[in-house]
Design a protein around this ligand. Sequence first.
Ligand SMILES: NC(=O)c1ccc[n+]([C@@H]2O[C@H](COP(=O)([O-])OP(=O)(O)OC[C@H]3O[C@@H](n4cnc5c(N)ncnc54)[C@H](O)[C@@H]3O)[C@@H](O)[C@H]2O)c1
Length: 272
Amino acid sequence: MKFTSKTAIITGAASGIGRATTHALIERDIGVVAAVDRNEIIRGLAKETNDKVGREIAIPFVGDVTCDNFRKEVFAEIKERFGAVHICIPAAGITRDALAVRRNKDTGEVETYSREQLEEVFKINLVAPILWAMDSVASLAEYRFSRGKKRWTPEEGMQGAIVFIGSVSSAGNKGQISYAAAKAGLEGAQATLSKEAIFYGVRCSIIHPGFTDTPMVRSLGDDYIEKNILPFTQLRRLLRPDEVADAICFMLTNSAVSGSVWVDAGWHPAAG
Ligand SMILES: NC(=O)c1ccc[n+]([C@@H]2O[C@H](COP(=O)([O-])OP(=O)(O)OC[C@H]3O[C@@H](n4cnc5c(N)ncnc54)[C@H](O)[C@@H]3O)[C@@H](O)[C@H]2O)c1
């Protein structure tokens, strides 16, 4: 699939993997990228990019990806200005790490991971990516039906692609009960949407990055990274966001990719 004249949506575009992927698509001459993030800095980043490229290639949208009205507004504006959405990379995500069951040192009581945090992580990392991905496929489906097109045929060439952002933690990682469950949940979503979206010529896959040098991972602290991450990777360093972005671009362009791609530098965590 070629990027030229395609419209993409990337959430979490202000930082880390989402930001690197936005740059990667722009370098590869994408038509337009809707760069979505709740962080206001996305406006300045988009302006900088547009000034550099010399055209309006990055359109910033500031809001919370879990908000239905915000999502609808983004899709409505894109439809009005550019037509169908071809590519969706719902990368916005958070971590709320804590042991699933632990003893409170102060009270001596045994506590479990909070329901509030479980739901917050599921809302942002699982429910929102599914909703943004479904709306992208729906946008292309609507576009096709409005032109009298029904089931996609191979002669048309690929129409679009979704890449969910999973994680090595989807296979289980101590202290990440909410995050791991959300990322594993995306696998089920990918496997299902992949079977449905191909009706419209849209492929759907999921990337599982290893620990990547972004603010999300840096917030763990250098000491933690040194002791608990680097020894368990073959490269003995964090991945660079542009390496993950490059893999995402490969998944978007190579039509044979339909399932999971692990980009994890040989991540092999301790058993317990
Ligand atoms: N960094 C890693 O090691 C790693 C590994 C595997 C998977 N991932 C996944 O990659 C994705 C990007 O992570 P990152 O490391 O680049 O993180 P990051 O913290 O650098 O960037 C995340 C971005 O998402 C935005 N965001 C978060 N919640 C939002 C919300 N509710 N609405 C709108 N925007 C929101 C933030 O403002 C931020 O700009 C996440 O889904 C993460 O789970 C990261």
